[in-house]
Design a protein around this ligand. Structure first.
Ligand code: PMP
Length: 380
């Protein structure tokens, strides 16, 4: 075949051929409950503080920002100490443009050609994409029927596949399921036995929404240098548009991520926004409490109507099951409520909104599925 010089072939990596970019539909409807955002926009006090911080940062935008963002790492360490009771050094904290980029750094440092990453589905659908983009082989283990992770099955999968990276979302997306400490310890133990080493990332993007008594893997950092816990400001902080994710781990782990990051990956503006928002953590955390209550009430409401609902420690709820979930999703959309068609066949996921948004969702669902309360519980 002769080359057509007017239309040169693009040397696309074969594994990317024909693929579409990942992303939930961004539709303009009144009630958006599809991507697990925080429904509360920043308060006027946050807006003012952030605006002032951005103005200050703008004065020196002719200069590159602090490559190692020492002040932000200190602020994040201080926040984690208050949120979880676990105190880490700033050198144990890393940040990037969303926890998506954090995971990419992890795969760039510890994955790569000839290496394997392992997770347990159903789980966050971006994980296989991080693996693909870093030419890391991807193995999908299975969660149980109730979306828990069986520690023995996890041990066996790690021993069998000898991955260099294990990704565990807890609370998991799209199921909302958090992992008990014993399960994470079993995974850490199995990972420590992998010849050549294996790191374990517990993705706690929804960590702040966990129910009382649900542990954070931050408590396991001590003594486990191959563990990292990632968090984000996209959810609890209501700052999805700012793109700030972060991770905490041993200093050796973080130092490996520093090697693969692009220089100045976190702009001065991003650093300023994140630091200003962190100053308002107590106010923002109060909202998290009301979202948790709203979530628990929604789980109860759906169960009272005879639906299956996964236990949730997150700001969303997976419910079902429907023979034709697409029709239910479309029926809600026709009534101005956008949720997410994701997860195992028959299930749908709805994010926890404001009380008004939740009411709109309940009304729409009642109309679409013809729900009736099965018990005599009060209609919440
Ligand atoms: N991890 C999980 C489990 C998520 O659900 C999400 C967002 N949907 C992310 C990571 C990425 O969040 P961000 O990049 O906004 O920090």
């Amino acid at each position: 075949m002769t080359a057509d010089l007017a239309r040169p072939a693009l040397p696309l990596r074969p594994e990317l051929a024909g693929l579409e970019p990942y992303g939930a539909p961004q539709l303009d409807v009144p009630v958006l409950l599809n991507v697990n955002e925080n429904p509360y926009a920043p308060s006027d006090a946050v807006v003012e503080d952030v605006a002032r911080a951005v103005a200050d940062a703008t004065r020196t935008l002719n200069r590159y920002p602090d490559r190692d963002f020492a002040a932000l790492r200190q602020d994040l360490a201080d926040y984690l100490a208050v949120e979880s009771g676990v105190r880490v050094a700033p050198e144990q904290v890393w940040a990037a443009n969303g926890s998506n980029e954090i995971m990419l750094h992890v795969l760039q440092a510890f994955g790569g050609p000839g290496r394997t990453a392992l997770s347990f589905s159903p789980t966050y659908s971006m994980y296989p994409e991080y693996a693909r983009d870093t030419s890391t082989a991807w193995i999908e283990g299975r969660r149980e029927e109730d979306f828990s992770l069986d520690p023995d099955a996890a041990r066996a999968a790690i021993a069998q596949h000898a991955p260099s990276v294990v990704l565990l979302a807890s609370p998991n997306n799209p199921t909302g399921t958090a992992l008990p400490t014993d399960t994470v310890l079993a995974v850490l133990d199995a990972a420590a036995r992998v010849p050549g080493g294996c790191v374990v990332v517990v993705d706690e993007a929804y960590g702040e929404f966990r129910r009382r008594g649900t542990p954070s893997a931050l408590e396991l950092l001590d003594g486990h240098p191959h563990l990292a816990v990632s968090r984000t400001m996209s959810k609890a902080f209501g700052l999805a548009g700012a793109r700030v994710g972060y991770l905490t781990a041993s200093t050796a782990f973080v130092d490996a991520l520093r090697v693969v990051r692009l220089p100045y990956h976190l702009s001065a503006v991003t650093q300023a926004v994140a630091r200003a928002a962190l100053r308002h953590a107590p106010e923002l955390m109060a909202q998290v409490g009301s979202l948790r209550d709203e979530r628990d009430a929604l789980v109860g409401w759906l169960r009272e109507r005879g639906l299956r609902v996964a236990d949730s420690d997150a700001n969303f709820v997976l419910f079902g099951t429907f023979d034709d979930r697409r029709a239910v999703w479309q029926g809600l959309l026709d009534r101005g409520v956008l949720i997410r068609e994701v997860g195992p066949q028959g299930w749908l996921r709805v994010s926890v909104g404001t009380p008004q948004e939740t009411a709109a969702f309940k009304d729409a669902l009642t109309q679409v599925v013809g729900l009736a309360a099965t018990g005599n519980e009060e209609d919440r």
